[in-house]
Each structure stands twice: as C-alpha cells, then as structure tokens.
Design a protein around this ligand. Structure first.
Ligand code: PHE
Length: 552
C-alpha cells in the first residue's frame, strides 16, 4: 500500500530583502512601532514592487492593511546634486573671496559660467562687494538656502515648501517622477510574527484532531498560474494537431447525425479486413508488401461477436430508441446479447465463402478455392472498413437507416517517404438507407466537404473490390495550385451486403479519407515526420493554435 506522506505544517518561506533581513519582518516591525508606515519613506532603498509583494503576503492574511498612493517625487538633476553636495554657485564665490581676503576680478577661479552666475547672486545677497579691481567679503557667515533646500529635497524627495518646486524645476536643478507608494497599518488579524500555516489537510490531521486548531493558508485566487510548456512547474498537456483536427471532424459527423463506431481493434482477421469486404484472397493488397501480418498468435478464431464492440453499439441503440413505445431492455449488456443472438456468424461465414468461391445472391463470384487459412490470418487492419463491415453485419439483426463514422489508426506496409508513413488515421463514414442512389452519394459528399471548407468536388471512377460504383474524390488545392485526391468512396456491393443478411433495398454508402492530409494542409506541414513519430518537435505540438475547419 502507498504510504501517506505527511505534509508537516511549515512556516511560509519568507522573501529575503537582498540577503538582509526579511522584508515582511521589517514591515511588521515598522507597523508595530508606528500607526502609519509610509513605505517610500521608511524603506527608501527598497523597490516598491518588492514592498507590494511583501505587503500582499501580509494583507492576504489580514495581518496588515495598506493604502496605495500615487505621488510625485522630486529628483535632483546633476547640477542640483552638485549644489547639494558642494554648495550653491554664490556660496562657492563667497567662500573663495573669504578665503583669499581679496580676490582679483581677473582670478582664474572667476572665469567659468558658474562663477559668473554666483558672483551676481552674491552681490544681490550682499555677501560680497567690489573694492577696486578685487572682490571682498561683507560677512563672516552666510546661510546657503539653495543648498539647504536641495538637500531637504534630496532627503525627502519633496520640498518643505511645495511652492519651491516650480522655481527649482525652471532652474533645471530638479525634476519630478511619479511613484506609487504605500501606507501600511495593522490589519484585523494583526500579529507581529508570520504564523505557521498549513497548506494541506492530511489523513493524520483528521485522525488526531489537529485540523480543528490548524491555521490553514488562505487560497490566493489572484495568483497567476504557471505558464504551460516546458520547465519546472509548467508542462501542461497539449493536444496533438491530429487530435485537434480529429475533434473538428467528429463534431461535423455528430452534427450530420452520425454515430461513432468503436474502433479500438487494431489487429483484425483477414475475414473482417478483406473477405467480408469481398476482397478476393489473391488480391495484391493482401500481399506481404502491402499488409502487416501478425505472427503471434498465428491466427484468429472463426468470425464471431466482439463483446466490447457490441456493448458500446448497444448503448448507442438505447439512445436511439429512447422514445420508442415497445420499451426495449435498457441494459446495454442485455441488449448486446439480444442482438448477437439474432446474428448467425456461421451462416454469414458460409455466405462469404459461397459468394467468393461459387457466386451467390445473383453474383457469379470470383470462382476460386476459398481457404480458411487466409480468413484466419491476423493482420494490422489496413482500413477501418473492417469495423464498418462488422457494424453493418450487426445491422442485419435490426435493419434500419443509420449513419456511422470512425476516425482511427490503420496500417499499411508502404515505402516511407515525406508524405507516407506505415500508419495513418482514416476518417470513414457509412450511411445505410433504403433505395439510395449514386447521385445521393455525390450530394452527400459535396455537403460533407463543404463543411470542412472544400467547396468544389470532382469525382473520378475508381475501383474498390467492395464498392460498385466507386469514386475517387478530388478537390482544388489552393496551396498546391492543382486538383488533388482527397478521398475514396462508393456504394457497397450486394455481394457484401446480401451475404450479411441485409435486405435487398437497403443500400449503403461508404467513404474514407486520411486525417493526416487535411491536418498537414491546415498546419502548413510538408513532411509527415514533423507530424508523427520520434522526430516531432514537442514545441510545435505545444505552441499550435486550435484549429477550425472553415465552414461556409
Ligand atoms: N477503405 C477505403 C480506403 O481505404 C475507404 C472507403 C471506405 C472506400 C468505404 C469506400 C467505402 O481508402
């Protein structure tokens, strides 16, 4: 059994103030001593954002409260700073005169601009006077108001008399700067020390009753979440582009009244993958170079019911029959059994053999010796049509109009290149209804592809052993500037449907396309290895936006 990890109550880690004492502690100390603590004045050297973070930690616990102030601060210019440090221009002139006793007007120290300005001011203040060709002092001591006012401004970031700001700004000795400052005071849960806080309720706390008195850390609903992507604390999941496009297709199918077939069966028998679809046992598609065969276990049992598939399909039937009057049993497992009981897999198998080997249901068949061994070979399914065949045969227990789709993985033994891998995802749809026509299939396909933003379709006669007629679907590709194949379709052959026991006038359309192609087009990928396999860049997966297939 997994041991419970006891999350001990730990003091909340404190932010340190540049390696000094913790700022939260300093604020608590200041608030303890003074009713109001203007942070800019009490902590002039600490950046206000650090102060705010510390205040928020305390305010979230209601230990302190604070107000935010928007205020203008006075800053000294370089010249203002020089005056605060060394004295005003007039002071410096007076000082030089006093020290010299008599200072010649031609003295070098009076030559610069600052001394000229200072000389004028010192005259006005009656600190000095002219005596012949020299300057003499008129007083033994002066009070250098300019320097004092600037020193005050430097210390308090404001003038004692606010009226002075205009004058000093004009003289370019100071500038101003907007700052946000805070005034802190005791809060409703004032305490001088950070309490020990518990972050998790544990089994032990419940058992020993300590939860009753524990001090739980309050939730911070304003906390910013960690960013997704790589790195500590991040690493949220991201949907693969194929899954995003798959979701879009699923929505379209559901909107068009389709139900999703359960396709979690990657390995299937030759019977379902080929024989049921009237693919002759000598067909080149069944060759090793096209199909992957499974060697262990070597063969499948005879065709029969697949319980997991039947149960899921029976659940869908319950939804369908919701308002039918004959109240079918609603337990899907019972319904699945009911349906299976009506299906004779041996008779179906005999029909498939007969229609291949000797011809049946008005068909002359292929006329070759049909072998059990080929039927039972296990393959990695080469198309999801193997599942469609299973679902259509099941339909013969209760034939009715219906629409099924699937989007899942299939495998083909192909030469791997920039646009082909040995596996891909197939999007497949089947529609069963009475008296369907080929024109109806074309109309349906036009509507379906219009829904994924492909307006103009072209149809080309094609061949599938299981459909007649068969049509390849083509569309104009804007990027490639040419018409490209986008899908395959057809009407399932009577050799396939009648062998299943479906009524003669129940016709079935089928069509398939790959999920990879529209995805590559949507995301502008030219090499399939960027989309699937070990070379995929996870950054690409994580950073891709959601996709919308442009509907009309
Ligand atoms: N199975 C076909 C393919 O692999 C698609 C298809 C399904 C064609 C149903 C016709 C009918 O391309």
């Amino acid at each position: 059994m997994k041991e419970w990890v006891h999350a001990d109550a730990v003091p909340v880690p404190l932010h340190t103030n540049g390696g000094q004492r913790d700022l939260t502690e300093e604020i608590l100390e200041a608030v303890d001593q003074h009713e109001h603590v203007p942070t800019a004045e009490v902590f002039p050297a600490t950046p206000q954002d650090k102060i705010k973070a510390a205040l928020d930690r305390l305010a979230s616990r209601q230990m302190v409260e604070y107000e935010t102030h928007d205020k203008e601060q006075v800053l000294l210019t370089a010249e203002g700073q020089a005056i605060a440090d060394e004295g005003s221009h007039e002071y410096k002139v007076w000082d030089a005169v006093r020290k010299a006793g008599r200072l010649s007007l031609k003295d070098q120290s009076l030559a610069n601009a600052s001394a000229k300005l200072g000389q004028g001011n010192a005259f006005k203040l009656k600190w000095i006077k002219k005596d012949g060709d020299a300057l003499v002092s008129l007083t033994d001591s002066v009070s250098d108001t300019t320097r004092e006012q600037l020193q005050y401004a430097q210390e308090h970031r404001a003038f004692q008399d606010p009226k002075l700001l205009k004058d000093y700004s004009k003289r370019k000795l100071v500038t101003t700067q907007k700052v946000i400052t805070y005034v802190a005071r005791k809060g409703p849960r004032w305490a001088k020390e950070m309490p020990v806080e518990v972050t998790d309720l544990t089994a032990e706390m419940i058992a020993d009753g300590s939860w009753k008195t524990a001090n739980f850390k309050p939730y911070n609903f304003k906390a910013k979440g960690t960013l997704g992507g790589e790195g500590v604390g991040g690493g949220t999941g991201a949907l693969h582009p194929l899954n995003k496009v798959r979701e879009e297709f699923r929505k379209i199918f559901f909107n068009m009244g389709f139900e999703e077939m359960p396709t979690a069966r990657f390995v299937d028998s030759g019977f379902w993958n080929f024989d049921a679809l009237y693919v002759p046992q000598q067909h080149p598609a069944r060759d090793l170079q096209d199909t992957f065969y499974v060697s262990d276990p070597p063969e499948a049992g005879p065709p029969g019911s697949d319980e997991s598939v039947d149960t899921i399909l029976a659940e869908m039937d319950v939804d369908d029959d919701q308002d039918e009057s004959d109240h079918p049993p609603s337990d899907p497992a019972i319904r699945a059994k009911d349906t299976t009981a009506k299906l004779d897999y041996q008779a179906y198998y005999d029909n498939v053999r007969a229609v291949h080997q000797d011809g049946k249901f008005g068909s002359i068949g292929y006329r070759y010796p049909y072998t059990d061994a080929e039927t039972r070979r296990l393959v990695l399914r080469t198309h999801t049509t193997a599942i469609s065949a299973y679902v259509l045969h099941r339909l013969s227990a209760n034939p009715r109009p219906c629409r099924y789709f699937s989007i899942d993985r299939v495998f083909r033994n192909e030469t791997v290149d920039a646009t082909h891998l040995a596996e891909f995802h197939q999007i497949e749809g089947v529609i069963a209804d009475y008296n369907l026509t080929l024109g109806g299939l074309q109309a349906f396909l036009k509507r379906f592809f219009r829904n994924i933003g492909v307006p103009d379709l072209k149809f080309k006669p094609a061949y599938n052993p299981y459909t007649e007629p068969s049509m390849e679907v083509f569309a104009w590709h804007e990027g490639l500037n040419k018409i490209v194949e986008i899908g395959n379709s057809g009407m399932f052959r009577p050799e396939m449907l009648l062998a299943m026991g479906l009524p003669e006038d129940l016709r079935v359309y089928g069509f398939g396309l790959s999920l990879e192609r529209p995805t590559m087009i949507k995301y502008g990928i030219s090499n399939i290895r960027e989309l699937l396999g070990h070379k995929v860049d996870l950054g690409f997966i994580e950073s891709n936006p959601a996709v919308r297939l442009d509907r009309e």
